[in-house]
Write a protein that binds this ligand. Structure first.
Ligand code: FES
Length: 351
């Protein structure tokens, strides 16, 4: 029998544990892991959403988010595509330890970076490095649906050896009349001279790929410097900011908790389940204050995007400024994101 797993209302392990059924080397340092639930199930997710995986690193559970690169049209499995990152504990753990037959804990899927939320007839997908993964899920979905849309994907790679999904991009482009793929490399690989367009992202390249770029829905994902460059270029090209969407954080390399702007007033924070407590300054995110008190709580993006730090507030008021990591229904249920919530009075949390 096949059940349906819907997008969860909380980051509480709804999707996991997941069984690794296949491992595929995509490039020399990028690997895809195909995951399925232990009990056969179909996933209800949107192309571009991500999972939060929790793995044991040096004996401690550590969580990070990974975009699903597969299409929801293959609903019986979820594939994450992970680049080995220097100093990236979870990415490296996955590369070094996750094998076929192993299980991994997962929450999600979550996220609003998806064509589902930005319907259009013409898209420009801009990606660099492993930032291609959410756009690959969307492109695979366009391909699977034979969708009547026009998609230009411009992908930047360091060398030809670093082009993620190289063969499949060409296949999709050949099979879908509305898809055009432009790959730009910074330089040659040791064993291959790149004959296509070269260099870092610039307006000339983007205009050559999509002369009508200012009229397209633009979805961008890549490393922070690339994202910043693209933002400036799109502004220069006159693109409507309301039609430019980005996945701007690096899941695999989460920033340190934000210190916040404390006013001197502090509030008592009680973690009811663990019996711990700490004080949190007005204007200081709860997650940061907990970290300062030596208390590690589940988190990943630290930016109010991923939903990993979703926690039930049992009493007390908090103020939250999130970026889509929590649903209105969860907020109505009294949940909050600890990474971007500050206390307005003493609070008790279900943690
Ligand atoms: S850690 Fe990602 S939303 Fe809080």
């Amino acid at each position: 029998m096949t059940a349906t797993i819907s997008r969860p209302e909380t980051g509480s392990g709804t999707a996991g544990p997941l069984l690794c059924t296949c491992v595929v080397d995509v490039t020399h340092d990028v690997r895809s892991f195909v995951l399925r639930p232990a009990v056969p199930a179909a996933y209800d997710f949107e192309p571009g959403q991500h999972l939060t995986l929790t793995v044991p690193v040096a004996g401690e559970p550590l969580s990070r988010c990974y975009t699903i690169s597969s299409s929801p049209r293959r609903a019986e499995e979820l594939t994450i595509t992970v680049k080995r990152v220097p100093g990236g504990p979870v990415s490296n753990w996955l590369h070094d330890h996750l094998r076929v037959g192993d299980s991994v804990l997962a929450d999600g899927p979550l996220g609003r970076f998806s064509t589902t939320h930005h319907p259009a007839a013409r898209y420009l997908f801009l990606t660099a490095g492993s930032g291609i993964t959410p756009l690959m899920s969307m492109l695979r979905t366009v391909h699977a649906d034979r969708a009547d849309v026009d998609v230009v994907l411009v992908h930047h790679a360091r060398t030809p050896a670093d082009i993620v999904f190289r063969e499949e991009l060409r296949t999709i482009e050949a099979e879908h009349p509305g898809v055009r793929v432009v790959v730009v490399c910074e330089t040659d690989a040791a064993d291959e001279t790149w004959t296509g367009p070269r260099g870092r992202v610039c307006l000339e390249q983007l205009r050559a790929a999509a002369p009508d770029l200012a009229e397209r829905e633009v979805l961008t994902c890549g490393p922070a410097p690339y994202m910043a460059a693209v933002r400036d270029l799109l502004a220069e090209a006159g693109a409507d900011p309301a039609r430019c969407h980005e996945e701007s954080f690096s899941f695999a390399d989460a920033p340190a908790p934000v210190a916040g702007t404390s006013t001197g007033t502090t509030y008592a924070v009680e973690l009811r389940r663990s019996g711990r407590s700490f004080r949190c300054g007005e204007g200081t995110p709860l997650l940061s204050a907990a970290a300062a008190a030596g208390i590690t709580l589940p988190s990943s993006c630290q930016e109010g995007v991923c939903g990993t730090c979703t926690t039930q507030v049992l009493s007390g008021r908090v103020e939250m400024e999130h970026q889509g990591g929590i649903r209105p229904r969860e907020v109505a249920q009294g949940k909050t994101l600890l990474c971007c919530s500050t206390p307005c009075e003493d609070v008790v949390l279900d943690a």
